[in-house]
Design a protein around this ligand. Sequence first.
Ligand code: GLN
Ligand code: ZN
Length: 769
Amino acid sequence: MVLSSVLGFPRIGPNRELKKITEAYWGGKASVDELLQVGKELRAANWKRQKDAGVDIIPSNDFSYYDQVLDLSLLFNVIPDRYRKYDLPLIDTLFAMGRGLQRPATGSSPAVDVPALEMVKWFDSNYHYVRPTFSHSTQFKLNGNKPVDEYLEAKAQGVETRPVILGPVSFLFLGKADRDSLDLDPISLLPKLIPAYVELLKKLAAAGAKSVQIDEPVLVLDLPQNVKAAYKTAYEAIGKESGIPSIILASYFGDARPNLDAVKGLPVAGFHYDFVRVPQQLDEVAAALNSNQVLSVGVVDGRNIWKTDFSKALKVIEDAKAKVGADRVIVATSSSLLHTPVDLENEKKLDAQIKDWFSFATQKLGEVVVLAKAATNGQQSVAKEFEENAKSIASRANSNITNDPAVRQRLGAVTDADKKRKSPFPQRLAAQKKTLNLPLFPTTTIGSFPQTPEIRIQRNKFNKGEISAEEYEKFIQKEIQEAVKFQEEVGLDVLVHGEPERNDMVQYFGEQLQGFAFTTNGWVQSYGSRYVRPPIIVGDVSRPKAMTVKESQYAQSLTKKPMKGMLTGPVTILRWSFPRNDLSDKEQCQQLALALRDEVNDLEKGGVYVIQVDEPAIREGLPLREGKERSDYVQWAPESFRLATSGVQDGTQIHSHFCYSDLDPAHIKALDADVVSIEFSKKDDSKYIQEFSNYPNHIGLGLFDIHSPRVPPQDEFEQRIRDIVGVYPKENLWVNPDCGLKTRKWDETKKQLTNMVNAAKVYRQKYSA
Ligand code: GLN
Ligand code: ZN
């Protein structure tokens, strides 16, 4: 019999219950008991959902109040001393590590002030995990019993579960050395860590767990030799123990083949692999199994919202059965369902035809169950489900939403010349000097100005139909007027309109483009209590009409200074949406690029001669492994940007902006933007200043942290400019903040920008004299 299995379920609740209660707890409006109670209810509801759906192998310990990796740090006592000295309860230590804690002294308890641990992206997803942070002094031991408690909790509810834990190799490799132990290679801690895993596994077995899912997702990365070797060390040591549950070692999000030699022959009960991402790995991963090991076949996509194509998935499962035997195959989700919204049934406003193409976490449960049945009893046993599925898949494939001949034709006609500016940078610069007439060290901002409560109120009213389009437009115009006036007073050189009309930098464009769909409740956890609601690219993308010209043109009409038009780039729109799975990322990105190209050209026609196209997500799109996929990406991603921006005259200045990721200067250079701005203020390392010094065009390194209300004094700005001027040609430099200012307050921003502008003036004077 082929069993069905789920690797993890979203914990946020169908109506963001987890966010509401954790934020209430942080704000002092809910007690710890209330918090724990909601957690318990959410877990119970998730187990019930899965059991009701008929899933055979249901996970536990996939719940977390913040992040499952952080939970493990806490469980294994990987808690830097700075979080210990306040004697906080465990749950508050968790939140302090995840988000920092600042609290004034009260009565007998002293003031608390600790920043958060580093948070980074979980592989190539938009989920962020808190990095395990190790020191020489780290003492591994079990701190609490979360996995065991949750296993027993499910059991008491009558649900037998398979606990999930991140494995030791991934836990160490995804972590880092703390600042007091910079010479430490976390993987060297493995021998000390293994006993803690063994102890945990024994406790789970003693509680009754027969099987555990140990996630080792780093298996899909390029691994140094010592990390590869760590698999053997870890799992042979664990395998020697008696009284532990059987282990399914799970990898996902990529190709495990290059590291198969590291896990072949390990004493585990079986392996899980992602066949949505890499169906072609079946032969090799099957061949690497021992004769008694099971193969968990991930065929239901845990990273996207599309209905599974049953006949395609069944074919993979049948292939697997033929290779290893029916009794050794498990049908599974490709990864945890954490990355998908909870329930499609909560979407009341989606177009019925499009809705039928989707499958959210709850619907995916049904999919694994049907596929496991088909694999066990034959497709006829679920004939009706297969028939409906085939109809829905065909309706999508044949829909004129997914196939727009005009878009295809236009893309087919794109030439190399379309992806290149008319002249090289020096000529463009000369033309731009004439059109823009900017001083040395020109000052600008990254686009958004404070999104005040008033803006949100008016937007809500407009969305609910309580105010008319005209009234709303009047309101936006007033906001733009104020932003322009503010910038003139502060003395900035290149102004922006402030983005008051935008709810979100991707959604705003998606809503105006053909080919997108939106959910009302499709939340996915990004980090902690921050959830996002990604737009969905359902079909070929085009731009029915101008999206931003009205606002930018209006803003330009209010000032003699140059106004900077503001767009989100094609790569970033793609990355922060649910992409199609029936068209390559490259083609989707090019379609977006063409739509944006029209917008860029229309801005220019409308008299806006500085245009910024933001690409903050360009780094996270980089494929996880070196190789062809990556070398292709570093071609097509910048090419899409250039396709979007190369329709303009030499005298029009193209800007781009990047933040909060480890950028590769070579990739930025390939965009050939006239000016780039890069987040920089927290990278005080002198090494980092050098990094972009070869950038041939103009550049602004962000001079202050937009996340903080702190106002750096003018001499601090001058010091930063001095450091940069020592490394970059002064003619190339711009002066700007790290990123957009939407989360700040106007008075803070005024002080910050005034000091920034005055510091730029000091240098301008110094070098013009
Ligand atoms: N133009 C955007 C803003 O200022 C850029 C945001 C971003 O880089 N994440 O808000
Ligand atoms: Zn930014």
